[in-house]
Design a protein around this ligand. Structure first.
Ligand code: ADP
Ligand code: VHF
Length: 374
C-alpha cells in the first residue's frame, strides 16, 4: 500500500495541469506560469522519474488568439478554438523544455483511441517508446475530431486513462486549490484540507463539488472519479496545489502536499475485473503443479521457478495466460518480463536472474496484485 514516504520510490508519473491553473481569466495561456512546472518536471526527470504531461489550455489559448471573450457554445467553434490554441500550447511547452535540454512530443487522444484494442496498444507502445527515449509526452484531448460521444470532456479523466494505459505509479492532478477539502473552499472559508484517504471512501462523493471558475471542467467531482479510474491500474492520485512553490519536487521528496487518494481493496477488486476483461492476452506460461497450487490455494505471485514453458510473443507489461500442463487456463496477469527473458529465467529462482539476464527488474514473473485466477 502506498504512503507518503513511499512516493519518492515511484518512477512513472502522469502530471495533469488543468485549465484553471494555466489560463488568466479566459485570456489565454500564462506563459510565465509554465516555466516553474517545466523546471520541476525536468528536475524530476533527472531524479529518475518518467514524466508524462497531460495539459489543458487549448481552448482558452485559441479563444485569446481569436479575440473571443466568451467561451463559444457551438461544438464546431470550440473545436476550431482548440485547434488554434493547441499550436500555442505545445509551442510554449517545447520552448520551455528545450531550454532545459529535453525534447517534447505532442500526443492527441480521443476516448476511442483508448477503447479500441489495436489503437490502445499502439498508443501504449508509442508512449513507452517516448519515455525510453527520454522525451516528455505532452498529451491533450484531440478536441478537433472528438464528437460528444467520443469526448473525455475533462482532462482529469483523460489523465487517469493515460495512467491506466502506461501503468503509472502516480497520478498528480495540479489544480488551483490546495487539494480536496471537506467543503468547496471557494464557498466555505472554514473548509479543511483532506490530507489522505482511501480512494473508495464514500465521503468523497459528498465533499467533491463542481467547477465554479468557468475555466476548468468538472471541478473536484471529475478529480475524484479520475482517482478511482487510476486506482484500477493500482495508481495512487495526489490532487495538489499547482501554484505552490516546488510542488512537484516536494511531492517527490515524500512531503505531505495536497490530497493523497490511496487505492484500497475495493479498487483492487475493480483492478482485477479490469485486468480480466480489458486486456487481451498475448502469450502463455505453462506452470508446474506446485505453481498451480500456490496460485490457487495461497494466492501467491507467480515465480519463474514454477514455469515450465513459455509460448508466444509478449512484451513486459502485457497480459499472459497461465495454463497447467494439461493446457487448462488457471489465471491471467501482467507479466514483468518479455517472452525472451521469460524463456531464459524459467525454472530459476529470482536470485539467479541477475546472473542470467544481467539485471533484476522484479522478483516475480507476475505479481499477485496483477494476477486474476480464472
Ligand atoms: N471539496 C472541494 N475541495 C476543493 N475544491 C473544490 C471542492 N469542491 C469543488 N471544488 C472546486 O474545484 C475547482 C477545481 O476544479 P476545476 O475548476 O475543474 O479546475 P482544473 O482546471 O484544475 O481541473 C476549485 O476551484 C474549486 O472551486
Ligand atoms: N482539452 C481542453 C481541456 C478540457 C478542460 O478544461 O479540462 P480541465 O483542465 O480538466 O478542466 C483544452 O485543452 O482546452
Amino acid at each position: 500500500m502506498i504512503s507518503r514516504d513511499r512516493i519518492p520510490e515511484t518512477r512513472r508519473w502522469v502530471v495533469k495541469i488543468g485549465s484553471a491553473l494555466l489560463t488568466r481569466d479566459g485570456q489565454g495561456l500564462e506563459r510565465a506560469r509554465l516555466a516553474p512546472w517545466v523546471e520541476q518536471m525536468s528536475t524530476r526527470r533527472q531524479a529518475g522519474h518518467e514524466i508524462v504531461l497531460v495539459s489543458s489550455g487549448a481552448v482558452a489559448e485559441g479563444m485569446a488568439r481569436l479575440g473571443w471573450r466568451q467561451r463559444p457554445k457551438a461544438l464546431h467553434e470550440l473545436q476550431a478554438a482548440a485547434a488554434i490554441g493547441q499550436m500555442g500550447l505545445v509551442r510554449a511547452y517545447e520552448d520551455c523544455f528545450q531550454a532545459r535540454g529535453l525534447h517534447t512530443a505532442q500526443v492527441l487522444l480521443t476516448r476511442d483511441d483508448l477503447s479500441n484494442r489495436s489503437r490502445y496498444l499502439n498508443a501504449r507502445s508509442t508512449l513507452r517508446t517516448l519515455l525510453k527515449l527520454g522525451v516528455i509526452p505532452v498529451i491533450n484531448e484531440n478536441d478537433t475530431v472528438a464528437t460528444d460521444e467520443l469526448r473525455f470532456g475533462d482532462n482529469d479523466t483523460l489523465a487517469a486513462l493515460v495512467a491506466n494505459l502506461i501503468e503509472a505509479d502516480l497520478l498528480i492532478l495540479l489544480t488551483d486549490q490546495d487539494g480536496l477539502f471537506d467543503q468547496d473552499p471557494r464557498h466555505n472559508p472554514n473548509a479543511k484540507l483532506i490530507s489522505e484517504t482511501w480512494v473508495s471512501d464514500p465521503l468523497l462523493d459528498q465533499v467533491a463539488g463542481g467547477s465554479v471558475t468557468g475555466l476548468g471542467t468538472g471541478g473536484m467531482v471529475t478529480k475524484v472519479r479520475a482517482a478511482r479510474l487510476a486506482a484500477r491500474s493500482g495508481t495512487p492520485t495526489i490532487i495538489a496545489p499547482g501554484r505552490s512553490e516546488q510542488v512537484l519536487n516536494r511531492i517527490g521528496a515524500g512531503e505531505s502536499v495536497g490530497t493523497l487518494l490511496i487505492p484500497d481493496q475495493e479498487a483492487q477488486a475493480a483492478r482485477k475485473q479490469w485486468l480480466a476483461g480489458h486486456l487481451q492476452a498475448r502469450g502463455r506460461l505453462v506452470l508446474d503443479e506446485g505453481a498451480v497450487r500456490a496460485l490457487r490455494e495461497k494466492g501467491t505471485s507467480l515465480l519463474a521457478v514454477g514455469v515450465k514453458a513459455v509460448q508466444g510473443r509478449f512484451n513486459r507489461g502485457e497480459v499472459v495466460i497461465c495454463i497447467d500442463e494439461a493446457g487448462r487456463e488457471i489465471a491471467r496477469g501482467l507479466v514483468n518480463y518479455d517472452a525472451d527473458e521469460a524463456k531464459r529465467i524459467l525454472g530459476h529462482p529470482s536470485a539467479h536472474f541477475e546472473q542470467i539476464l544481467g539485471y533484476l527488474d522484479d522478483e516475480e514473473l507476475i505479481h499477485r496484485d496483477n494476477l486474476v485466477l480464472t
